[in-house]
Structures are given as C-alpha cells and as structure tokens.
Design a protein around this ligand. Sequence first.
Ligand SMILES: Cc1ncc(COP(=O)(O)O)c(C=O)c1O
Length: 450
Amino acid sequence: MSTAGSGQNAGNESAGSASGTVLKKTFPHVDLDGHNLPPSPAPSSPHSGRRYAIATELVYTEGSDQYNASSVPIYQSATFKQTSGSGGGEYDYTRSGNPTRTHLERHLAKIMSAQRALVVSSGMAALDVITRLLRPGDEVVTGDDLYGGTNRLLKYLGTHGGIIVHHVDTTTPENVETVISSKTAMVLLETPTNPLIKVVDIPKIATIAHKENPNCIVAVDNTMMSPLLLNPLELGADVVYESGTKYLSGHHDLMAGVIAVNDTSLGERLYFPINASGCGLSPFDSWLLMRGVKTLKVRMEQQQSNAQLIAEFLESHGFKVRYPGLRSHPQYDLHHSMARGSGAVLSFETGDVGLSERIVESAKLWAISVSFGCVNSLISMPCRMSHASIDAKTRQERAMPEDLIRLCVGIEDPNDLIDDLRRALVQAGAVNVSLDDFQAVHPTNAATTN
Ligand SMILES: Cc1ncc(COP(=O)(O)O)c(C=O)c1O
C-alpha cells in the first residue's frame, strides 16, 4: 500500500479546477519539475530495506491494511471521501489512483528493479502511453520483426501523428546506427523478437542511441522474457514495458500492461496520459495480476524446461527451430549474456503452409490460440493470427515464413506435450515414419539462416 503522506497521493479530479491557490497548497507537486502535471500516486520506493532473491521478492509483500489482510484488498471504489472541502485524502478518484493499483505498482517496481512502475489496461495501452512522449516530426527507430499490434500502432502514428518510423533489422546494431539521428526521439526494441526469435543487443543499441541523442528514450518490450529472466533497465534502457496479459499474470484471465522506469520525472510524464485518458488498470484486475505474479518463477521455470525439451525434439527430427536455448541459435551467446534463461516461446518451420495448418489443427493438448505466457500450451500460425495485421507484402519483405508455427509452452507434463506434437506431426503427414524413427518430410533445419 502507498506510504505517501496525506495529499501527495491524491488524484487530479479536483486539481483541474479553478481554485489554483488552494490546490497548490493541498497538492504541492502540481507543477513538478516545471511540467504542468497533476499530482500522482507516490513514487514507488522499492529499493528501501533489504533486497531478497527474486523468488522471495515475488511473493513477499508489505502492506498497511487495517486488518493485516494477507491478500491486498480490492478497493472497488471509483471515489474516495476527502477530509476537507479542499481535498486532503490520499486518494480521490480511481482514474487518478487506487490503493489496490498502487500496491501492485510498488510490488512490480521492486521486481522490475525500477524506481516506478505503472499498470494499465493492456500491453498495447502501455505502448500507447509511452508513444505519447513523442511529438510530430519525431523519429522512431524500431525492429522489423515486431508484435503485430506494435506494428499497427506505429503505423497509425506514422499516418496520423506525424511520427517517422524506421523499421530496421535491430539484430545488427549497425543498422540502427545508420538511421539514427538527432531527430530520433525513441528507439523501440523487442528481444527475443516475436515470432522469429531474433535477439537484440540492448546495451549496444542503448549506447548508440544515447550517444547520438542523450534525450532519446530507449524503450524495450520485455514481454517475452518477463522480469524473472531479463531486466532491460539494468542494460541501459530508459523504459521497459510488458504485456501483463502474458507471463506476469500467467493464466490468460486478464488483460494488463506494465511500464517501469528509473527516472522518476519520466515516470511522472508517463503517469500524465494514464490519468488523463483513464487507462489505469482496474482494481479487480490489479488484484488478479498481483496474485498471478507471485507464481511467476515456478511457472516460468517449468515452461522453460518444457520448451527446451520440445525445441530439442523438433530439431532432432529435421525441423528448423528458433529458440534461444538451442546452441544452433545464431545469437545464443548474445542472448545469454543479457538474460537468465531462454523463455518458453519457440517457432519452427515445416516447409509447407498446408502442412503447418494440418499440424496446428491436429494438436489436441496445444490449444490454437494467439498470445503466450499462459499455464496451458498454445500453438499458432503467426502470419495467420497474431501478425495478420502486418500485410502480406511487408511480411514478405521482413522474411517472415508463412509456414511458421509458434509454440508457447505451458506447464503440462513435457512427455504429454511431446507425444501430442508427435501425433499431430504424423497425422498431418509432416514426417516420414520408419520402424525406429521419424524425420521431417521437408527437412528445414539444415538451412538455418535465421
Ligand atoms: C511482445 C508483445 N508485446 C505487446 C503485446 C500487447 O499486449 P496486450 O495484448 O496485453 O495488449 C503482445 C501481445 O500479444 C506481445 O506479444
């Protein structure tokens, strides 16, 4: 729960009114750092006190509940009564701040090694908030293998917001160096990329960006890794964001987005559009996400070890597999120099779109579904599903194989998952079966180019 003193944590429902003098007294931070910003929930102070290992930090919480509730209470209230006519309450309006949301934000800031975390209604809402830092004429440098929704939002900003977006293969930092200039206001990275599982050198690109323009914001989408496996803020990023819909919550029962920063004035600038537009996470979803995040380590570790076995199974039977846990991944060393694990998303090629369709439809334990990070295993064809919003021409330019199958591995028994996949491969006609083995009909792994 917030530790802010009275007034500091209040929202701005009343801060926008005409009685400026009274407000300035009640809300002393109305003009924070020279910006005309409303007061906001107290900055998280995650680094105070002893730091434990992440497994402990994930479950350990402190609160100030009057009944010492073990689970943070859900403050399902839009408004909070004030102590006087000029405000004075810690919270006033849930769009601006809510105790359940603040509790989650403080917890996530601690886990993400950040000074401040903000939670919003989806991963895309998080990116929307971050891109509101941009002004017409600003340039953005980003990858050529991005989540489809990210691509869609950037395209919209390019068409309607006067933002110039450069898509380059960010796996080669020199490509970023070529397009970056003093006009580059933001570098937006995903690693590993989705669905091609390409790895991006965050420290190197952050150095290039900040050298060219010290004000350039380096933002990293950390959804694929989660804070358990990667802390982009420790590698030079200014902003990290994640879809909380994925690993952080883990059960595909809520939508959420998380933004984390170390620069608290940047945190205030990001808070502004959240308060202004009302995309802050609802109290109930904040509670659900708080519950989900506590099991992140046990879920992710099981998912990751399952993913490793499945990647090895597919590769050993002739399929080209993209997974950072495989030695054949061309950026194996780079990935492991930044991350503490390989994650649980992998993709593979079959050499034939029809074959891929049949495999996906033959799987039983693997649900055909977009998204990832759920305890259940999922299978999809990104070009038809999560990335269908990228037009076919662009997909071709970005060398996205149309036959690509993405596997998002859950926590089930790995032998059951492999059996189900083996059965689907046989049923779809994707493998030649002999007495003691089976191999891909169209072996793709020899031509690993990534
Ligand atoms: C890498 C990545 N970033 C962001 C998002 C968007 O998150 P949300 O669906 O919560 O808006 C997704 C969703 O699939 C994603 O895969």
